[in-house]
Design a protein around this ligand. Structure first.
Ligand SMILES: Cc1ncc(COP(=O)(O)O)c(C=O)c1O
Length: 377
């Protein structure tokens, strides 16, 4: 009989493995945040300077080319993506590509809210749809990294350079983890709460030149609330991309993002961030390879996520996973590792850059312990 009191000797030092909000950067502490901009108008010089600095740091760490604008908007990633959908869709046909819950959410909004009758290209959890089926004369919506299935597009090669429609990439769990060919992306969105380990609340909107052209030449048939409005008198509201936010931002969330971006810069920027999540994903893959009861939900390695890694557990249903995750949480060994509520029952372990590889390695024996404990009832 296994002795279930015999827990593994060593715990992950930081048991935060949630896929959003994700672990804070190593060494983070709220008292390390700059606070001069707090309690002041965000339109005062200090506020504007910090917002602009945050934008500059994002551009630098993302290696975003000058062709693309980047701005801070309300409503986290959802707010940024909805803003893009509501301001730009409807000018031509729409294709939505979905292979998990978040991509499916954009299908719902395009079909049921905007009533655009989109062409929908789907695949089940664990798979990528046939991307050669996409008609790029339409506007195309997809989530670069499907956070709830752990399946991502391997790169942007499926997008033609001479497309007529616009590409809208929900890149919230992809930016700062993969190389992105920005020439193929007309609109991208993300939130600081993912790979940067920042806070939710604000979204980041990236616009390529063709998206700006769309905004300046097309007016949607439906009304737009103030928080979505990116155009004034037929011209792009350029201030949004300099830190003149549409409405009041949380300067605390901005300072928190600046902390994360400075940490990222200290690692060598994008290359340093990618190296950390690659190492985490490799350490987790080794744990999976060593155990016949664990598997990857994403079978094809080329499209397997290196951030939101989703795992199958032999014989596990939703109840099993609930108990498994609760045991690990109670031991402070791992928090928030149950798969997403709409996904097949399994585990989801964040491997983004803010997680330390040693903590992934230390998780292995705890997974064994929890599996044996739940099986034994
Ligand atoms: C792919 C994807 N899209 C959208 C969201 C929603 O993000 P937010 O809550 O930051 O709006 C998430 C969050 O997990 C996500 O993973």
């Amino acid at each position: 009989m296994t002795d279930f009191n015999a827990v593994p000797a060593r715990k992950p030092a930081r048991p935060q493995f949630s896929s959003g909000p994700c672990a804070k950067p190593p060494g983070y502490s709220p008292d390390k945040l700059a606070t001069e901009s707090l309690g002041r108008s965000h339109r005062a010089k200090i506020g504007k300077t910090r917002l602009a600095y945050c934008i500059d740091l994002m551009r630098e760490v993302l290696q975003l080319p000058d062709t693309h604008r980047i701005g801070i908007v309300p409503g986290s990633d959802t707010g940024a993506f909805e803003m893009a959908m509501w301001t730009m869709l409807g000018a031509r046909g729409v294709t939505t590509v979905a292979w998990e819950s978040f991509g499916e959410g954009w299908v719902t909004d395009a079909a049921k809210q905007l009533k655009l009758d989109p062409t929908v290209i789907r695949a089940d959890y664990g798979q990528l749809p046939d991307l050669t089926q996409i008609d790029f004369s339409t506007d195309v919506l997809f989530a670069w990294n499907g956070t709830t299935s752990g399946v991502r597009v391997p790169n942007a090669d499926f997008i033609p350079a001479d497309r007529e429609g616009l590409t809208f990439a929900d890149a919230t769990s992809a930016v700062f983890a993969y190389d992105i060919d920005w020439s193929k992306i007309d609109v991208a969105t993300f939130s600081w709460q993912k790979v940067l380990g920042g806070e939710g609340g604000h979204g980041v909107l990236i616009l390529g030149p063709r998206a700006v052209e769309r905004l300046e030449t097309y007016t949607p048939a439906w009304p737009l609330p103030k928080v979505f409005r990116l155009v004034s008198k037929g011209k792009l509201a350029e201030g949004v991309f300099k830190g003149e936010t549409i409405n009041t931002p949380s300067m605390l969330a901005v300072e928190d993002a600046i902390f994360a971006l400075e940490w990222a810069k200290g690692l060598g920027g994008l290359e340093g961030l990618k190296a950390r999540s690659d190492a985490n994903a490799a350490a987790l893959s080794k744990i999976v390879a060593d155990r016949d009861w664990l598997g990857h939900l994403a079978l094809d390695e080329a499209s397997r996520s290196k951030t939101s890694v989703c795992l199958t557990v032999e014989g596990a249903d939703a109840d099993f996973i609930k108990k498994f995750a609760a045991l690990l949480e109670k031991q402070d060994a791992a928090y928030d590792v149950a798969g997403y509520r709409d996904a097949p029952a399994g585990l989801r372990i964040w491997c983004g850059a803010t997680v330390d590889t040693q903590d992934i390695e230390d998780l292995g024996p705890w997974l064994d312990w929890a599996y044996a404990a739940v099986k034994a009832g």
